[in-house]
Write a protein that binds this ligand. Structure first.
Ligand SMILES: [Zn+2]
Ligand SMILES: [Zn+2]
Length: 484
């Protein structure tokens, strides 16, 4: 759009996106034949279904004004096209594409009065509240020399400045299965009638869960989807190897695949309508903008890695974005396991308060964990997963009433460390003192420990949440520490 001459040096792919930008070959060809044959700036609109945001058609704006350094869309013409395409082909407006001069790969800013790419996009999103997502790609045209370069940008309403680069995928027209076709509607709707009274189907369909570490935890992801979960983000850099078949529920055909890809395939076989995003990378190195995108609208963060540093980072992220977070850990020989959780506004202590002695060991005493999950079986993994899954449903339903998973937690729920016993040989002071006089208590039981926030004079103040007793204040505390 207008005034591209502002300095904005190209920094493509600032985000490692987990979201696909899918376009049919015919639409891509149309772009190449129109915008791709003219010098910058020219453009047009992208059309398709708002159920899947796959670009099915591109209409070139041949009436838009093209001056050097600016493209101004002809809104009257484009409005007519949008109306016609909807009436005749049931194709909806998904966004706009335009070309920039080579080197200017970023969208221009928000200069007020619908000026600048971002300002224009804001105006459109305001005018069409139904549009939950916006496609706003930029191309470099071969007419300006070089090859056609496509920057598949995606934006969300209210966060236009945080637009990000999607994964561009071209698909053949004949391979495209419309998300809204009647035949698919029947297939796509998971029948969860058996869960009546247990979960709220609409709440589950709208809920978003981020799972970091999908090794053993793939079973949690799968069961959450079977419970009607609508959105999930999978983060793990690991690939499936032969040893994972024994304890993590993978299959031979998964060996060599990224774990996130294997789990995504499995989820799609349960319910293809679930929105799955994957990030095959290290959670601790995700940049701020990508994290904003991942955590936006997240209802629950599951920290399912056995890496101390990843778990510690998960605590800070959970506090920063004010998202309930669950942490799991298997003890030696899998005779016991631990589930810690924090819910801002409900639990007074964060994960760091719960496990401050472990933090001290790692950070001050140079401790490295030599406790491996060796000795655990798929039964142990499943046992731990199922407890985490039930806890997850309770956290997701914490504000509901009348359902099986409603109201598990009181207003100030301070018992947020759960110890599970999976063997009679588990040595634990807690279980010992509680059950030593009762021979009937052998195994498969759990203790929910009361955890106080770490605050002076009793403890050293928790550096993550400040030990304030209200995790909603934690991030303010965190920022003030940083800025000191
Ligand atoms: Zn522009
Ligand atoms: Zn804390």
């Amino acid at each position: 759009m207008a005034r591209e001459n502002k300095a904005e040096e190209g920094q493509p792919n600032r985000l490692k996106s987990t979201e696909d930008f899918i376009i049919l070959e015919s639409a891509y060809q149309e772009i190449a034949n129109t915008v791709g044959r003219r010098p910058a700036e020219s453009g047009g609109i992208l059309l398709g279904s708002r159920e899947d945001f796959v670009v099915q058609k591109f209409v070139f704006d041949h009436k838009g004004s093209m001056s050097a350094g600016a493209y101004d869309p002809n809104t009257e013409f484009l409005n007519k096209v949008v109306k016609k395409e909807w009436n005749e082909n049931k194709l909806a407006f998904l966004g706009f594409l335009h070309s920039h001069p080579r080197g200017l790969s970023r969208l221009s800013g928000d200069w007020g009065g619908n000026v600048g790419d971002i300002g224009y996009m804001k105006a459109i999103l305001k005018a069409i509240p139904d549009l939950k997502k916006f496609l706003v790609p930029i191309i470099f045209s071969p007419a300006d020399g070089g090859e056609l370069t496509f920057f598949p940008y995606i934006a969300y309403p209210g966060r236009e400045e945080n637009y990000f680069t999607g994964n561009l995928k071209l698909i053949k027209d004949k391979d495209y299965v419309p998300a809204s076709s009647e035949q698919n509607k029947n297939e796509y709707r998971l029948n969860i009638s058996r869960l009546q009274g247990s979960v709220d189907p609409e709440l589950m369909r709208r809920a978003k869960v981020v799972c970091v570490g999908v090794g053993g935890a793939n079973g949690i992801c799968e069961s959450l989807v079977r419970s009607g979960l609508g959105k999930i983000v999978l983060i793990d850099f690991d690939r499936v190897d032969g040893s994972n078949l024994v304890t993590q529920g993978y299959y031979m055909e998964d060996i060599g695949k990224l774990k996130v890809d294997a789990v995504r395939e499995r989820i799609r076989r349960i319910n293809p309508a679930v929105q799955v995003e994957v990030l095959a990378g290290d959670f601790t190195t995700v940049d701020d903008e990508t994290m904003d995108h991942i955590m936006y609208g997240t209802d629950l963060l599951l920290m399912m890695t056995d890496n101390f540093h990843a778990q510690a980072h998960g605590n800070i992220i959970g506090l920063k974005y004010q998202v309930p977070t669950v942490f799991a850990m298997m003890y030696e020989r899998a005779r016991g396991a631990e589930i810690g959780f924090m819910i801002p506004g409900i639990t007074p202590a964060c994960h760091r308060c719960v496990t401050s002695s472990r933090y001290a060991a790692y950070l001050n005493e140079g401790y490295t964990n030599d406790v491996t999950s060796t000795g655990s079986t798929n039964f142990h993994t499943g046992y731990l997963n199922n407890c985490i899954g039930l806890l997850s449903l309770a956290i997701l339903h914490k504000e509901t009433s009348g359902l099986e998973f409603s109201q598990w937690f009181g207003a100030q729920w301070d018992q947020n460390q759960i110890i599970l016993r999976t063997s009679p040989f588990f040595e634990s002071k807690s279980f010992g003192s509680l059950t030593q006089k009762d021979e009937r208590m052998v195994s498969f039981d759990a203790i929910w420990h009361h955890i106080e926030p770490d605050v002076q004079p009793k403890y050293k103040q928790c550096p993550d949440c400040g030990g304030l007793g209200d995790l909603r204040d934690a991030f303010l505390h965190h920022q003030s520490i940083k800025s000191e």
